[in-house]
Design a binder for this molecule. Structure first.
Ligand code: ARG
Length: 384
């Protein structure tokens, strides 16, 4: 069974069907898709484009599909192409003819843009929360080791003594900005494209502001062509995620160095280390290394979306379908990395003796001696 083929004389080729469908990625968009349809049906009812009983029937059917999804009973079929057509087909099976009115004044082009915006907005909230938890773990670790003095490094050469807590708080600042970046892009993503239709809006008496309000979004689109054709909010999301993962990677790399026998500043407990298949004495910081590796994966997804967008002519183009898997993949990867680094911090101990021994290197107080002389009137350039 295939959809939307009234004007066609042939069924879609099997290989092509398997190629064009987006049901894998769309698994992650089922809830937001239904939420968007409920808002759309409610708006159509308010505008008199659906009767009250039709609107109620549609909303009840959509809620039932949501329930079926939560119970693991609603799955997407590739022959219906995407989540939108799967939901519509299921609705038709559940409520009959009224389902045929849901797509009034709507296109899958504004629908998919909405789904992805709602998905990104949800992830933004989750990431902001997880970043706060990570910062809590950083603050706790810094506080528990307030008296630990260690060398600070420039060029990975010993520079000046610092507190271990000072170093951890540097990462706190990075993650604070990452959280702010997510919040900031969230404001721009919070725009409803519903009502933009395929690209030129609708001739019917719709109220896009009302559907935006129902969805809790800040505003509705200003230009219908832009609303369906840009995915800059995905690129921004992927950039914020790539930068957060870069900070996580820098922290991971720093910890990996500090945990070597050569440095011996910190150790990870057995809960966050793995062993070698050949050398049973080894305790390796694999989880933290994988966090470092994942930054490359996330950066790649950002580049892939920018590359997809750069060649597109104005208007909806099917290439845009390729912007969904990167957002979905990165959401999961970043969430995992934030969680793992939080656990790593909770399982990190500082070897204060070793950090102090390294910090006591007399070369590192050279700058303090220079400042002593400056305080006594020696010109700075003549002090060293
Ligand atoms: N599956 C499509 C996507 O993910 C939905 C929009 C399809 N629109 C169309 N006119 N073929 O972008």
């Amino acid at each position: 069974m295939q959809v939307l083929r009234k004007a066609f004389t042939q069924q879609l080729d099997e290989i092509v069907t398997a190629f064009v469908n987006s049901v894998d990625a769309d698994q992650s968009l089922i809830e937001v898709d239904i939420k968007g349809s409920i808002a759309h049906a409610t708006m159509l009812t308010k505008q008199g484009l659906l009767t009250e009983p039709q609107g109620e029937n549609i909303v009840a059917g959509l809620n039932q599909i949501l329930q079926e999804y939560e119970d693991g009973k609603f799955t997407l079929d590739a022959c219906f192409e995407d989540v939108h057509m799967n939901v519509e087909k299921r609705l038709q099976a559940l409520i009959g003819e009224d389902a045929l009115r849901l797509h009034t004044a709507r296109s899958r082009n504004d629908q998919v843009a909405l789904d992805l915006r709602l998905f990104v907005l949800h992830q933004v909230e989750l990431h902001k929360e997880q970043i706060k938890v990570l910062q809590g773990a950083l603050a706790k670790c810094a506080l528990a080791n307030l008296d630990a003095v260690m060398p600070g490094y420039t060029h990975l050469q010993r520079a000046q003594p610092i507190l271990f807590a000072h170093a951890l708080h540097a990462f706190m600042e990075m993650f604070k900005r990452d959280g702010e970046r997510f919040a900031d892009l969230g404001k721009r993503a919070s725009v409803s494209p519903l009502g933009a239709g395929a690209q030129a809006g609708s001739g019917l008496n719709i109220d896009p502001h009302f559907s935006a309000e129902l969805l809790g979004l800040n505003s509705c689109f200003a230009n219908s062509i832009d609303a369906v054709s840009d995915r800059d909010f995905v690129a921004e999301y992927l950039f914020a995620a790539a930068l957060t993962s870069t900070h996580l990677s820098q922290m991971a790399e720093t910890f990996i160095i500090w945990a070597t026998r050569e440095f011996g500043f910190i150790a990870f407990s057995d809960a966050v280390t793995t062993s070698s298949s050949l050398m049973p004495q080894k305790k390796n910081p694999d989880p933290v290394e994988i966090v470092r590796g994942k930054a490359g994966v996330m950066l790649g997804e950002l580049v892939s979306v920018l590359a997809t967008l750069k060649g597109l002519p104005l208007g909806y183009n099917r290439d845009l379908q390729e912007s969904k898997p990167p957002a979905i993949k990165v959401a999961k990867e970043l969430s995992n990395c934030l969680a793992v680094m939080t656990v790593a911090l909770q399982n990190l101990t500082v070897n204060g003796e070793n950090t102090m021994k390294a910090a006591a290197d007399p070369e590192m107080i050279t700058t303090d001696l220079v400042e002593y002389l400056v305080n006594r009137g020696t010109p700075f350039r003549q002090a060293p």
